[in-house]
Design a binder for this molecule. Structure first.
Ligand SMILES: [Zn+2]
Length: 282
């Protein structure tokens, strides 16, 4: 069997840690070659001082520069062998003026970006790929575009890898929602108004989670979740204030023991829910 190689297509710096951090570290520990394609520079993230992209204090160039370093640190922590930054401009949330910013990922023709991805796929020949589903997991244009260029690139290459979408089972999402609601309740009792979580929740479409019985890969990350926590923490400008960091390492490790995926292409004819994302290849 040739070298096992894994590649994920992510939209922004920090997505690799939040949705595939445990998987990346586990695969690296197993000697699998791991590659990360990050499509945008994340210009629409928070500034290190917490300024939002619509604020005068927000400097997109500076945010991108900070996030580049944070991404490189996370890549080192996760043991990722090769990072490819496609360098598109962050498109912001749906409807933002950044959607049509010069060089925005959302404004780039799918074919054009897909060709660049296809070249990387042909060079590295990963057997297993991960990206987001058609709604970009939570409706972010850059995540939707990551899905589109991945599917388009698959049609351009001379072999068929196994593609998975990252996923959250309904039952787990239900638990998360409960925790968020409790946090919001606590905030209200403290006299604070809306939380960032409330804002996110408003934007999350109902179909964000996946029926438990459809989950086709459940990866045990319990031996590496502390490293996943470190990779998330490396994205301090975006994540320092998040519920993950607030819960602390111990509680994070207690509650983050699995990463879930949905199989989309299946050239190895694998059946059921696997615990090894390279099932069929080893
Ligand atoms: Zn993202």
């Amino acid at each position: 069997m040739s070298q096992l190689t894994f590649l994920a297509v992510h939209a922004h710096p920090d997505d690799e840690a939040s949705s595939t951090g445990g998987l990346y570290r586990s695969l690296a520990n197993q000697g699998v070659r791991t590659i990360l394609v990050t499509c945008t520079n994340g210009e629409c993230g928070d500034s290190p001082a917490g300024a939002k992209p619509d604020s005068d204090e927000h400097d997109m160039e500076m945010v991108a520069a900070v996030r580049k370093v944070e991404l490189e640190n996370a890549v080192a922590i996760l043991g990722i062998d090769r990072l490819v930054r496609l360098g598109y401009h962050d498109s912001g949330m749906m409807g933002w003026p950044h959607n049509s910013h010069d060089g925005s990922f959302w404004g780039t023709p799918v074919e054009e970006a897909a060709k660049r991805l296809a070249e990387i796929l042909m060079e590295e020949r990963p057997q297993v790929l991960v990206t987001y589903n058609e709604i970009g997991f939570y409706g972010h244009p850059d995540h939707i575009q990551a899905n589109r260029i991945t599917l388009a690139a698959l049609a351009m290459i001379d072999y068929e890898p196994t593609l998975y979408y990252n996923a959250i089972p309904d039952s787990v999402f239900e638990e998360m929602r409960k925790r968020w609601d409790e946090e919001d309740e606590a905030r209200r009792e403290e006299g604070k108004s809306s939380s960032a979580l409330e804002e996110v929740e408003e934007e999350i479409p109902e179909q964000m989670s996946t029926p438990d019985e459809l989950i086709s890969a459940a990866i045990d990350i319990s031996s590496v979740n502390s490293v996943k926590f470190d990779a998330l923490a490396a994205h301090a400008s975006q994540i320092a204030d998040s519920f993950w960091m607030k819960m602390g390492r111990e509680a994070f490790c207690e509650t983050n023991k699995t990463e879930w995926f949905l199989r989309v292409t299946n050239p190895q004819k694998v059946e059921g829910c696997v615990t090894d994302i390279f099932a069929g290849y080893r």
